[in-house]
Design a protein around this ligand. Structure first.
Ligand SMILES: *[C@@H]1O[C@H](CO)[C@@H](O)[C@H](O)[C@H]1NC(C)=O
Ligand SMILES: *[C@@H]1O[C@H](CO)[C@@H](O)[C@H](O)[C@H]1NC(C)=O
Ligand SMILES: *[C@@H]1O[C@H](CO)[C@@H](O)[C@H](O)[C@H]1NC(C)=O
Length: 444
């Protein structure tokens, strides 16, 4: 039994989809030669094999033909009525004998949404015996790519050359992975425009799992024309469509196509390959899986302790107590209310005596105002000194917002300065208020 999984990383920018509804004649002129016309080649394919050429809005015959696609309406609504012909996509201009590099050129055909990229590069490598990486990108211009902070190049030399794994068909460009299973893009043309990228592949079985960040009512996916919107924006057209062939279509509105295909004989081996690639997760402490109690506005530590005692008294399974931001002075991070929470420094010890743990809540945003008695709020002053805040586009003016403590700045957690600032503030505060873990709330 061969199991597989694949991982795709795509970069997504935020653009809205516009449906252009102007009607023009169905036969389209292409390029500079006014006599050159485009006629879609629409073979008689099984319905489950149709790849949607109109994923945006309700298609009409005219609009479909304007995209150079095939129009065959059905009674069924799930099945695309407007689907790709065989003569869309790219051709291979040149390919290295090893199949590691290829240069692609767009065939003369109508555009779906405009701004098609005419020349693409294809690069593939076997990164290990069980990992195939391939990438399709603009041959001329650098496009945004998600930084791969944890993905490292492997130093191992795979024994099998890329040409044993990957076949490239020239016209139209098709890539077929043949090592353990078939991942075959013959089913539909590659579309690669500035704000619309699409790749489809025929899969060898209906055993399709994964695609996180949704409530999936079943582990094995439904392949009856099901689209899961994903890739950060979590809105169409960014998504993955599964269809009965079975086949998969990836659609996104930016970036590049960057695929890793991982091989293994068992699900466990595939998961091991996956973690080898993306890095291993942190194993949470056992106690963090226990019962936890948190609320906003206990008001003072006496009330918190009364709550703890009340639950202990009835032997409620109860591992962790929180304090929310009302333990702070005026909801300012790295401070505590020395009147109502005056014994907070000893609170962790109090919980530990009975084998319980203490989690403290922190917010990301930092107040710009002074502390009680018009004294300096040092975490803010030190962050300002270290350029730790998110700025406006001039790179200087702090972006100002309004969060729990009132007017705030926002730490720029992508900057080294900010990380250093945060670690120092946090270490200092930890020495003051012992605790077992942190709950960092969202920006709001
Ligand atoms: C990995 O290798 C490729 C070329 O083989 C190179 O372009 C890329 O920068 C390398 N990445 C890292 C993280 O070293
Ligand atoms: C703590 O808050 C409760 C409820 O508001 C109040 O009754 C009590 O007097 C307060 N205790 C102290 C020590 O402030
Ligand atoms: C302590 O709690 C009281 C009542 O809940 C509140 O009015 C007061 O502002 C708090 N003291 C401090 C220093 O935050």
């Amino acid at each position: 039994l061969m199991m597989f999984t694949f991982v795709i990383t795509l970069c997504v920018s935020v653009h809205l989809f516009v449906c252009v509804l102007d009607g023009e004649k169905a036969v389209l002129r292409l390029g500079s030669d006014p006599d050159e016309t485009f006629v879609p080649q629409c073979p008689d394919i099984p319905i489950g094999q149709r790849v949607d050429c109109f994923p945006d809005c309700g298609a009409s015959k005219q609009q479909c033909e304007q995209r150079g696609c095939c129009w065959k309406p059905l009674d069924e609504r799930n099945v695309p009525w407007c689907f790709f012909p065989t003569n869309h996509g790219y051709t291979v201009e040149s390919v290295q004998p090893s199949n590691a590099y290829a240069q692609l050129k767009r065939m003369a055909s109508p555009s779906l949404f405009g701004a098609d990229i005419q020349e693409l590069s294809f690069h593939a490598e076997m990164q290990s015996n069980n990992r195939l990486h391939f990438k399709i990108y603009d041959a001329q211009r650098q496009r945004f790519e998600v930084p791969h902070e944890h993905i490292k190049n492997l130093s191992s030399n795979p024994s099998s050359p890329i040409s044993n794994t990957l076949e490239i068909t020239q016209k139209p460009f098709v890539v077929t992975c043949t090592l353990f299973f078939r991942f075959d893009t013959t089913i539909a043309p590659l579309v690669f425009a500035d704000q619309y990228i699409q790749l489809s592949a025929k899969l060898p079985s209906h055993n399709i799992y994964g695609l996180g960040e949704h409530v999936h009512t079943q582990y094995r996916h439904n392949t009856d024309w099901k689209t899961w919107p994903i890739f950060t924006r979590d809105a169409f057209p960014n998504g993955v469509t599964l269809q009965p062939l079975p086949a998969v279509t990836y659609r996104t509105i930016g970036g590049v196509l960057d695929f890793y295909i991982l091989f293994g004989n068992t699900p466990e081996q595939v998961v091991q390959e996956f973690l080898e690639l993306i890095g291993r997760p942190v194993i949470p402490p056992y106690w963090s899986l226990g019962f936890q109690l948190s609320r906003w506005d206990y008001g003072n530590l006496t009330v918190v302790k009364d709550t703890v005692e009340r639950n202990r008294a009835v032997d409620l399974p109860y591992d962790i107590q929180y304090t929310d931001i009302d333990y702070m002075e005026d909801k300012k991070d790295f401070t505590y209310d020395t009147v109502n929470f005056s014994e907070l420094p000893q609170f962790a010890d109090y919980l530990h005596e009975k084998g319980q743990k203490y989690i403290l809540i922190l917010d990301p945003a930092i107040a710009t105002s002074k502390r009680v008695g018009n004294t300096a709020y040092l975490p803010y002053d030190r962050g300002t000194e270290k350029n730790a805040w998110v700025t406006e586009s001039d790179g200087k003016t702090h972006l100002i917002g309004e969060v729990w403590p009132g007017e705030t700045v926002f730490p720029d957690y992508t900057s080294e300065n900010c990380i250093n600032w945060w670690v120092e503030e946090y270490q200092q505060f930890y020495r003051e208020i012992k605790h077992d873990a942190l709950w960092i709330v969202s920006q709001f």
